[in-house]
Ligand binder design. Structure first.
Ligand code: HEM
Length: 471
């Protein structure tokens, strides 16, 4: 462990805590038309009423659909853990994602889910994640070198850190899981992933009525086209891999050979493809957004950035290997956790009741949806002091010990907790610490930051920051 503790770092000057960008909370419950047609259809964060951040429970009706919005940690524990067997991903959500990810881990239920999760667990165990640390460090360095070259050439000091983080995490996932052989480069795929994610989940009447195939605005047409291109490219890679006599011993090979033990070849190929798409998208977009949001928060809080910089510079200068550096970043870890509180990349988690149940004293009928919004839970006024301010000390070990385990769930909870949690945290901390050790991040005057929630919570229109070498 490092001797440097954030309490010992010299304060710059007391400054009021920073209030990060968030849409205003509404004074009223938005009506059906506002939800279907306005900005809310594309970005549901703009349609959340104030009461949601005060109450443990809200019941909502949308056409024939009933939603139980829950922000009570005990009730969340009940749904995600204690009575998890009575809940599954809603049919609507599974239908939306099936054309892209089929019956992969993220979309599967029952025995199929259990078998897949067992097969994949080893690839994300702590020792496997530690083995990826040098790769995270190498890609962090490559991105940082590009920034340094641009700076030296006096080309530009303004960097879209959301785009840079996406490029870096995409390179990492391709190398870590596919041995760099998928040929899905950032240039060719990033815009397709974005179009797929934003077009697929827009709230539309056809979607709610189960008629999504008939329901195609321009965004949905672009999403379908983007999906086709991504699947075609990934499918070519999986077929090449299945035919290879001596393939690399990586995630994809282990999945394919694992599936082949129990299924015919065509099915094994299809399920490997479904999972390759799942891990390709889920494995880079979420982490990239978390890293970008962390840089945004630090760019607005000089004190926190100074502490994170000093800690990171010392950790990397110590000569420790990348996996060991991770244990030398206690302050940055608090910043990371606070970032995921304020900007949880997965901003909502839905479950459909298989049989009647009860949450927060309210009946939940079979087929109805319990909806848990980390965005709301993490800013709930009954659970957090000054919930809308950036305060890494919320995750000081003493403060953390006071939290209910289920008041903070950026990676979900229970049996379906994110399988990539350790991977994401190690990657996020290595990218951030490497960049913070070498650079200073400042806001771009005149740029308005706005969170937008489609599948992932991302900064709308990117996140430009001034990036200059740290002195
Ligand atoms: C900061 C980054 C990440 C966040 C915030 C995040 C968040 C989440 C959440 C909340 C869930 C649970 C959803 C639910 O219960 O309905 C989940 C599931 C999942 N995540 Fe992540 N994730 C991140 C990174 C990753 C990475 C790096 C990977 C893969 C390399 C990954 C792969 C998955 C998969 C496959 C599932 C489905 C697990 C299952 O159903 O058994 N995620 N993630």
């Amino acid at each position: 462990m490092t001797d440097l503790r954030y309490e010992d770092l010299a304060p710059i000057a007391p400054a009021p805590r920073f209030r990060p960008a968030a849409p205003p909370q509404l004074d009223h419950e938005p009506g059906f038309l506002a939800l279907m047609t306005g900005a809310a259809a594309k970005n549901p964060l703009v349609a959340i009423p104030k009461t949601a951040f005060d109450e443990p429970y809200r019941r909502l009706r949308f056409l024939h659909l009933v939603f139980h919005g829950v922000s009570d940690p005990e009730a969340i524990k009940h749904v995600l853990l204690d009575n998890a067997a009575n809940y599954r991903r809603p049919g609507l959500v599974r239908r939306v994602f099936r054309p892209m990810i089929g019956e992969s881990l993220l979309n599967a239920e029952g025995e199929s889910w259990k078998g897949q999760r067992r097969l994949m667990a080893r690839a994300f165990a702590p020792h496997a994640v530690a083995a990826f640390a040098p790769l995270f460090a190498e890609r962090a360095r490559a991105t940082a070198d590009r920034w340094a070259d641009r700076w030296a050439a006096a080309d530009s000091d303004c960097v879209d850190v959301a785009e840079a983080a996406t490029r870096t995490t995409l390179e990492v996932i391709d190398q870590a899981l596919f041995s760099g052989q998928s040929e899905l480069s950032f240039e060719e795929t990033a815009s397709h992933v974005r179009e797929f994610l934003s077009g697929s989940v827009e709230v539309r009447l056809g979607l709610l009525l189960g008629l999504e195939a008939l329901d195609g605005g321009p965004a949905q047409r672009r999403a379908r086209w983007a999906r086709r291109i991504l699947i075609d490219r990934m499918s070519a890679f999986i077929h090449r891999r299945a035919d290879e006599p001596d393939p690399p011993e990586d995630f994809i090979t282990r999945l394919y050979t694992g599936f082949l033990k129990e299924r015919p070849r065509a099915e094994a190929i299809q399920l490997t493809l479904d999972n390759a798409m799942t891990f390709f998208v889920a494995g880079h977009e979420t982490t990239a957004n978390a890293v970008a949001w962390a840089l945004y928060l630090l760019s607005r809080d000089r004190q926190a950035q100074q502490w994170a910089h000093e800690e990171a510079a010392e950790a990397w200068a110590s000569g420790a290997g990348p996996a060991e550096v991770l244990s030398r970043l206690p302050y940055l870890k608090m910043v990371w956790e606070e970032t995921l509180r304020l900007y949880p990349p997965v901003h909502r988690i839905d479950r459909e009741a298989i049989e009647d149940d009860e949450v927060c004293g309210h009946p939940v009928r079979k087929g109805e949806t319990v909806t848990i919004w980390p965005w709301v839970l993490h800013r709930h006024r009954a659970l957090w002091e000054e919930p809308d301010l950036f305060n890494p000390e919320n995750f000081d070990p003493e403060a953390k010990a006071q939290h209910h385990r289920y008041q903070y769930i950026p990676f979900g909870a229970g049996p379906r907790i994110c399988i990539g949690m350790g991977f994401a945290e190690a990657e996020g901390l290595i990218l951030l610490s490497h960049w913070l050790a070498r650079f200073h991040f400042r806001p771009v005057v005149g740029h308005t930051v706005a969170p937008c929630a489609d599948v992932a919570l991302r900064p709308q229109g990117g996140l430009p920051l001034i990036v200059e070498p740290a002195r």
